[in-house]
Design a protein. Structure first.
Length: 275
């Protein structure tokens, strides 16, 4: 059965306010170019053997195209497919969450509500599975709060799923998915400068091979790639990244995301793989 992936068309995509360091440049969006880039992502996923599902974009939800952030997706043998709704930092992004929760609810996903209170948690921006589903890595410091991650950790402990908190310190790597990309069960791509020293020390022992991006590579979203069926979808390539991918038998597929980078996002942010 092909891997299912959820995308949201960029019909209302825009840069409206400053939510991260990339958006401080206040670049205007070329809507036609954004649509072409989104179409290229969809085509690349389909060529890699994915079945693409879409959610209808909503007016006034300019960041809804970043389908990784609104919920955390999981699978547990006891309860099946589940989601944990996010509590986003920015109110404009909080308005996206009900659209996604409804989409998943209609498709039979169990909803695990974590009582976050005033704490924030931003879905797969900050919460990433180990490829074998043995644990979840949880970034905090810019968008997700340490206390939000702890509440999520407590909820997952009831399902016997361990959560590894990681403190992020680089404002250009405000989500974990910008500086942490598992390539397979044994290898991970990271940008070490994104982490507090203690978190970096915690992270390394989980992997047999840890590959390090440079700051320039990370800030160009090369760690925000998509690993799918022997391919690595990336917005840019360098000889350094190419050699890493060669070591792990991954073929680079370059997809321009320059319009979406103006909003601080790239390929990984734009999709949600359905378990």
């Amino acid at each position: 059965m092909p891997k299912q992936v959820l995308l949201c068309p960029p019909a209302y995509f825009d840069v409206v306010d400053v939510k991260n360091a990339f958006m401080a440049r206040k670049s205007s969006i070329d809507r036609a170019k954004a649509q072409q880039q989104w179409d290229a992502l969809r085509s690349a996923l389909e060529e890699a053997g994915c079945q693409v599902e879409t959610i209808d974009p909503a007016p006034g939800r300019e960041d809804m195209v970043f389908a990784a952030n609104q919920v955390f997706l999981g699978f547990h043998k006891g309860i099946g497919r589940f989601i944990v709704p996010s509590r986003m930092v920015y109110s404009s992004r909080q308005r996206e969450v009900p659209h996604y929760v409804d989409w998943y609810r209609q498709r039979g996903f169990k909803i695990i509500e974590v009582n976050l209170g005033d704490d924030h948690l931003e879905g797969h921006g900050d919460l990433l599975w180990h490829p074998d589903w043995s644990r979840i890595y949880a970034g905090y410091g810019f968008r997700s709060a340490r206390t939000g991650v702890e509440k999520f950790r407590n909820a997952m402990s009831k399902l016997e799923i361990p959560v590894v908190p990681l403190h992020l310190v680089d404002p250009y790597c405000y989500h974990l998915d910008t500086c942490f990309c598992p390539l397979n069960n044994d290898a991970v791509l990271i940008y070490p400068g994104a982490y507090a020293a203690q978190s970096l020390a915690v992270l390394r022992p989980f992997w047999k091979r840890v590959y390090e991006l440079t700051a320039d590579e990370a800030h160009k979203f090369m760690g925000n790639g998509i690993v799918i069926n022997g391919r690595y979808l990336t917005p840019y390539i360098t000889p350094h990244l190419e050699s890493i991918l060669h070591e792990e038998d991954l073929a680079p597929v370059v997809i321009d995301t320059s319009e979406f980078e103006k909003s601080g996002g790239s390929l990984f942010c734009m999709k949600a793989f359905l378990p």
